[in-house]
Design a binder for this molecule. Structure first.
Ligand code: F3S
Length: 291
C-alpha cells in the first residue's frame, strides 16, 4: 500500500511566508499584533492566532480615533493593499510589517509606473477580491477591472491612450488569454503583462497526476475554500473515490481499506500540520490492516 502526498499541497510560497512571519512576530514583538483582514482563509489558523493575541482588523479601523493601533504592529497580508493604506499608516504613525507576496508587489509597481506614464490600466480579475482592490489602489490614473467576456465586450478604450493590461495572480490563464483577445480587437496600442502566478496551476496539475494513478484521493481544505473545491472536482474526475475533508476528524478511514494507492492533496490555505496529521493516520491505519 502506498500513500502519496502532493508536494504542492497546502500553502503557496506567498501565504507560507506571511503566516510564518506572523508566528515569528508573536515571539519577537512585545506589543499587540493586528492583521489587516484575515492572514489566511482558514478558520483554524485565524482562531489559533486570535488565541495568541493576534487580532483581525478592517481597513476602516485605521480611522479609529483611539490609539490602540499606534501601540501595536499592523501586518499587511500577502494579498497586498493599495497606496492610500500605506499613506494612512504613515500619517497615523502606525508601525507595520508588510508581507505582501512579491508577485503581487510586482503588479503594484507595474500599474503605478504605467499609469504615471499616462496609460489606461486594465486589471483582469475579480473587482471584489482584496488583491484586485489593492492593485486598483496603486493606479495613479484611470483603470478598468474586467472579469468576464461580457465586461471585456463592453469595454470602450479611451481615445489616444495606450492600454496596459495586468492580471490578478490567481486568474485562470486560458480565460485571461480569451479576454485579452477581445480587448486587442478594440485597440492595438496595448502592453500585456502576464502576472498570473503558477502556484495554483501547479497544485492542480500535480493533484490531477496523482489522482489518475490513485485508488482513493483525499482533498483537505476549508469548506469555504474555492480553490480546494476546484481541486476536489479535478481529482473526482480522475478518481471516483475522492474524499473532501476539512480535518482528520472528517476522514472515514474504513472507506480506504481496499485501496492500494492513496493520494493526498490540500488547498492553498490548509496548514501543514493538518496534512501531516492526515498522512500519519492514514499510514498508521494501513499498516495495522496489513498486519
Ligand atoms: Fe501565493 Fe503569491 Fe502566488 S500569495 S498564489 S505565491 S501570488
Amino acid at each position: 500500500m502506498k500513500v502519496k502526498v502532493a508536494e504542492t499541497a497546502g500553502f503557496c510560497f506567498g501565504v507560507k511566508r506571511a503566516v510564518d512571519k506572523v508566528y515569528e512576530l508573536i515571539d519577537t514583538e512585545q506589543k499587540p499584533i493586528f492583521t489587516l483582514g484575515p492572514i489566511i482563509h482558514n478558520e483554524g489558523v485565524v482562531a489559533d492566532l486570535e488565541a495568541r493575541g493576534v487580532h483581525v482588523i478592517a481597513e476602516a479601523d485605521l480611522d479609529s480615533p483611539d490609539d490602540t493601533l499606534q501601540n501595536g504592529t499592523v501586518v499587511i497580508r500577502s494579498h497586498g493593499v493599495g497606496k492610500p493604506i500605506y499613506d494612512k499608516l504613515k500619517e497615523k504613525n502606525i508601525s507595520y510589517v508588510d508581507v505582501t507576496c512579491p508577485f503581487v508587489l510586482k503588479i503594484h509597481r507595474i500599474v503605478e509606473k504605467e499609469s504615471l506614464a499616462g496609460n489606461h490600466i486594465i486589471i483582469i480579475g475579480d473587482k471584489d477580491h482584496p488583491e484586485v482592490q489593492g492593485i486598483c489602489g496603486w493606479c495613479q490614473g484611470p483603470y478598468t477591472v474586467i472579469r468576464n467576456k461580457e465586461e471585456a465586450e463592453a469595454f470602450v478604450p479611451p481615445k489616444g491612450k495606450k492600454i496596459s493590461i495586468v492580471s490578478q495572480t490567481t486568474f485562470n490563464y486560458k480565460k485571461f488569454q480569451d479576454l485579452v483577445e477581445i480587448i486587442k480587437k478594440k485597440e492595438y496600442n496595448i502592453c500585456i503583462s502576464n502576472t498570473i502566478c503558477n502556484a495554483t496551476e501547479e497544485r492542480q496539475n500535480e493533484a490531477r497526476r496523482i489522482a489518475r494513478r490513485a485508488d482513493a484521493m483525499i482533498v483537505i481544505g476549508d469548506s469555504s475554500s474555492s480553490n480546494t473545491r476546484k481541486l476536489y472536482e479535478i481529482c473526482k474526475t480522475e478518481c471516483q473515490e475522492t474524499f473532501y475533508i476539512q480535518t482528520l476528524s472528517g476522514l472515514e478511514l474504513d472507506k480506504l481499506k481496499s485501496s492500494d494507492c492513496i493520494g493526498i492533496t490540500a488547498g492553498a490555505s490548509t496548514p501543514n500540520n493538518i496534512i501531516e496529521e492526515v498522512y500519519t493516520n492514514v499510514r498508521r491505519k494501513l499498516c495495522t490492516d496489513v498486519r
